[in-house]
Design a binder for this molecule. Structure first.
Ligand SMILES: NC(=O)C1=CN([C@@H]2O[C@H](COP(=O)(O)OP(=O)(O)OC[C@H]3O[C@@H](n4cnc5c(N)ncnc54)[C@H](O)[C@@H]3O)[C@@H](O)[C@H]2O)[C@@H](O)CC1
Ligand SMILES: Nc1ncnc2c1ncn2[C@@H]1O[C@H](COP(=O)(O)OP(=O)(O)O)[C@@H](O)[C@H]1O
Ligand SMILES: [K+]
Length: 500
């Protein structure tokens, strides 16, 4: 897991690395700039590109100067360096890199205070004006320059952070930010890159490792963690030779209504594909034929209106409740029954979440370690309206600790909040997965993993990763704009196989 740090923590790590590793500040800057260029060259291999590098006079600008030199040495000939001299403060590494640059045959020009931005003829602009040192919203000359550059319709590649963008804390949707087509960021994605409010400012980003002191990074104990493939590989367990269906748990999925049987089918089917030994769906009578024809492997317990089905809850190793369940009295009675009778962690999704929101007293009855899987709207119904995602992230940490549960807050970088306050950010999934029913599949996958004796934390983190990865494997190679939930469910075994 890659710890995600705030800007203040990153400054600490930079300083610690320089003090404790055999690397000077200027060499660390050189390392970062080389890492930037190695990605840049991948994206823009044509050396005839005309490139303007806008450099502030702090360390972000220092990176910009080093990047200009390295690009030039790589054979990019058409480089203009534009030094934004709006401040009299100059960082030592900036000054040193400026001196180094002067030995190369590169055109540099300065943009002075109060001066309007000069003509721009380059195709690509590299933004090294301000980075993680941002400490107030842009104003004055900076604001004017950024607004002007935003009107030019050029390809903008930001160094570390787009100028004007806060890497943590609340993001103002009206903020003045130099909008980046690509951000090549150092060491780790910045926390706010992972929240939807970054969308207007950042089209895409890449993180490049610059070798900051990893032991010190760990020692900061950031609650925010980025999940990588190696983390999932370390958790997934291959099946042993003498295993049998009883080894992998019996999952009960309480879901579906006449008009929303699809949710029950998708959820139960995903549970089967994600490896549950046995899967039983508790569904309305009207859905039985659909269930049997959709997936022969699923067993059924039939519900009749106004009648509690006979459920021997203790015979199940795990229970999920909610997809397509509806919110009528029967649904509420079922939820209450499960909360009263079942003492192991359960998975609560969709309508069961909405029932919890309408009857918040029930939340105290959730078995310890249970998993809620809301999307943004369900989350706000449960815990109140939020005006931004940073606030939602804080509530996620607060509620998981208070209720001793896990919350999977679904998004393009789905967050898994844990009872100890940790939050995992998922690195898989894509917009082709924005299709109704996709969440039902996720619930099925998490439930199956829980039944296979993964801990609730592992079930959430691994389930979210596998679900997104299956969607990526289906959509990305062929640039599909749409993948269907049923396809994602059926893909899960192949996704797991690849990781094992
Ligand atoms: N050794 C290091 O510390 C490393 C730093 N790196 C680079 O250094 C950057 C951070 O550098 P700095 O801390 O020098 O900060 P920046 O270069 O981001 O900003 C420079 C200075 O501008 C001022 N400023 C902030 N917000 C402003 C605003 N709205 N209007 C006007 N002035 C403002 C601040 O005094 C700030 O220190 C990173 O983003 C990264 O690019 C990399 O070279 C990796 C190593
Ligand atoms: N733009 C996107 N990028 C990445 N993942 C997405 C995107 N849109 C949706 N998803 C994923 O699809 C699922 C949608 O869940 P949800 O909204 O509950 O769907 P439903 O209620 O229809 O089943 C979530 O796991 C979410 O992470
Ligand atoms: K920048």
């Amino acid at each position: 897991m890659l710890p995600l740090l705030t800007a203040a923590q990153i400054r600490q790590v930079d300083a610690y690395t320089i003090a404790n590793e055999p690397v000077s500040s200027i060499d660390l800057m050189e390392r970062a700039s080389k890492a930037f260029v190695s990605w840049f060259v991948n994206h823009f291999p044509d050396k005839r590109n005309t490139i303007s590098v806008y450099c502030g006079t702090g360390n972000n600008g220092g990176d910009g100067l080093a990047i200009a030199s390295i690009l030039y040495e790589h054979g990019y000939e058409f480089i203009n360096v534009k030094i934004v001299r709006f401040s009299n403060k100059v960082s030592p590494d900036f000054a040193e890199n400026l001196q180094r640059l002067q030995s190369l045959n590169l055109t540099t020009e300065s943009i002075e205070q109060g001066q309007t931005a000069p003509q721009e003829t380059s195709d690509i602009l590299i933004d090294a004006i301000l980075g993680s040192g941002l400490n107030k919203p842009l104003a004055g000359d900076y604001l004017e320059l950024v607004n002007h550059l935003n009107t030019l319709d050029k390809t903008i590649v930001a160094v570390d952070v787009p100028t004007g963008f806060y890497t943590d804390g609340e993001v103002d949707s009206d903020a003045a930010v130099l909008k980046a087509d690509l951000v090549i960021t150092f060491q780790q994605p910045k926390i706010n890159f992972l929240l939807p409010e970054s969308a207007p400012f950042i089209k895409c980003w890449e993180a490049v490792n610059i070798g900051l002191h990893e032991v010190f990074i760990e020692s900061l104990q950031s609650p925010y963690l980025w999940v990588e493939e190696k983390d999932i590989k370390a958790v997934l367990k291959p099946r042993s030779r003498f295993s049998h269906k009883g080894t992998f748990g019996h999952a009960l999925i309480i879901a579906g209504q006449a008009k929303t049987m699809g949710a029950a089918l998708l959820c139960s089917s995903a549970c089967v594909y994600a490896g549950a030994g046995l899967t039983t769906a508790c569904i309305p009578e009207s859905g039985l034929t659909a269930l049997n024809s959709y997936q022969a492997e699923i067993m059924a317990v039939v519900r009749k209106a106004y009648e509690m089905p006979e459920l021997k809850l203790d015979s199940y190793s795990t229970i999920a409740i909610g997809p397509g369940l509806g919110k009528d009295e029967d649904a509420l009675a079922l939820l209450q029954y499960v909360l009263e009778e079942y003492k192991q962690p359960i998975v609560v999704d969709a309508d069961a979440l909405n029932l919890l929101a309408e009857h918040p007293r029930l939340m105290a009855d959730l078995p310890a370690g249970s998993i809620l899987t809301p999307h943004m709207k369900e989350f706000d119904r449960l815990f109140g309206e939020h005006s931004n995602w940073w606030q939602r992230l804080q509530t996620l940490q607060q509620k998981t600790q208070e209720l001793n549960i896990y919350i999977v807050l679904k998004n393009s970088y789905t967050m898994v909040g844990c009872p100890d306050g940790k939050v995992y950010f998922n690195s898989t999934s894509n917009a082709a997965m924005a299709v109704g029913g996709m969440g039902d599949v996720l619930t099925g996958v998490i439930t199956a993993l829980l039944g296979q004796k993964y801990t609730p934390e592992q079930a959430c983190v691994t389930g979210v990763y596998l679900h997104g990865k299956a969607g990526d494997e289906l959509a990305l190679p062929n640039r599909l704009q749409v993948v269907l939930p049923g396809q994602v469910a059926a893909r899960i075994p192949a996704t797991i196989a690849k990781l094992l």
